[in-house]
Design a protein around this ligand. Structure first.
Ligand code: SAM
Length: 301
């Protein structure tokens, strides 16, 4: 991985590591989603689910790790920032041996190892550029993480798109296709990390009060309409439009290993010092062999 691309994220993690209190309401929202999902998937009362994967675990401020450890036997933490993840585990009051660290790892592999030359669309590089986009959109990432009951993506899409912007800039002729490849790769990777019937919780920040001041005073009741209007006005972080993510999940639902159901979770606000974010989520349940429709029988009688 390129140290300059990785450094941006590590520096941001160091800046935010002390903000436990500021994350409280955001963490509560995510924990509610994780807790209800674990209850749905657990076999009977008092049963723990087998495993959960946290993508973009970082400082783990947006999850209550001790609470997660009550619900799952094994917790896989994936991030490019090994120091952040190891520090969080070391600081836990009880060392239960349930945590597996997958770091440093690039969830969008090979994104953080690329240079702008890889994206040149000119004739002499077209084939290579196509191969790079294919690799970004493939489901082959995070190789050493075994299939889990639950996979959570912790506001990592906007960060990956940020890395892409840093690499080539949003005006680059390949930017839009590369962004689509990264987003599709992320959705496919979440699904490929799930066991059949498992659930992916995709959480994404979408816009902040920097460009939408009304977020600072929005009530939970007002927020869905505010976010709809902001999206219609194209005021959102590149790549995070929920309608587009939803239509890509619909495309994936044609695959036997794709989503069976997708539930939209109402957005919430997350106040981080002088900035308020709007955040939304999808709860995506992967098909089981039983939910895969048999091939249509169109043979003549
Ligand atoms: C918005 S933060 C999520 C917050 C984090 N869970 C926390 O509570 O500190 C995104 C996290 O994703 C990580 N990240 C960004 N791009 C990544 C990539 N391509 N591969 C792996 N991790 C990445 C960052 O290091 C950061 O920890």
């Amino acid at each position: 991985m390129r140290s300059d691309l990785v450094r941006t994220h590590i520096d941001r993690n160091r800046e935010t590591e002390g903000l436990t209190t500021a994350y409280t309401s955001h963490r509560d929202q995510i924990m509610q989603l994780i807790t209800s999902t674990a209850a749905d998937l657990a076999d009977g009362e008092d049963q723990k689910c087998s495993s959960i994967v946290l993508l973009g675990a970082g400082n783990c401020l947006d999850v209550d790790l001790a609470g997660v450890a009550e619900l799952f036997q094994t917790i896989h933490l994936v991030d490019l920032d090994e120091t952040a993840v190891q520090s969080v585990i070391k600081a836990l009051p009880r060392q239960t041996g349930q945590f597996r660290v997958h770091a440093p790892a690039d969830i969008a592999e090979p994104l953080l190892s690329l240079t702008s030359r890889d994206f040149r669309p000119e004739d002499d590089n077209r084939e290579h550029c196509m191969q790079v986009l294919q690799a970004l959109s493939s489901e082959n990432g995070v190789a050493d993480v075994p299939e889990a009951d639950v996979v959570v993506s912790l506001c990592v899409l906007s960060q990956m798109v940020g890395s892409l912007s840093g690499l080539i800039g949003e005006d680059h002729p390949t930017f839009v296709n590369a962004l689509k490849a990264v987003r599709m790769g992320h959705l496919r990777r979440m699904l490929s990390l799930l066991r059949p019937g498992g659930v992916a919780i995709f959480v994404s920040d979408i816009v902040s009060s920097d460009t939408a001041e009304q977020l600072t005073t929005a009530t939970p009741e007002q927020l869905p309409e505010i976010v709809r209007t902001l999206v219609a006005d194209r005021n959102f972080f590149s790549g995070t439009n929920p309608s587009v993510v939803l239509s890509e999940l619909n495309v994936l639902s044609r695959l036997a290993t794709g989503p069976d159901t997708v539930h939209t979770i109402d957005p919430w606000t997350w106040n981080l010092g002088d900035r308020t974010y709007a955040v939304y989520a999808f709860r995506i349940q992967k098909k089981t062999p039983e939910t895969v429709a048999p091939a249509a029988d169109d043979t003549a009688e």
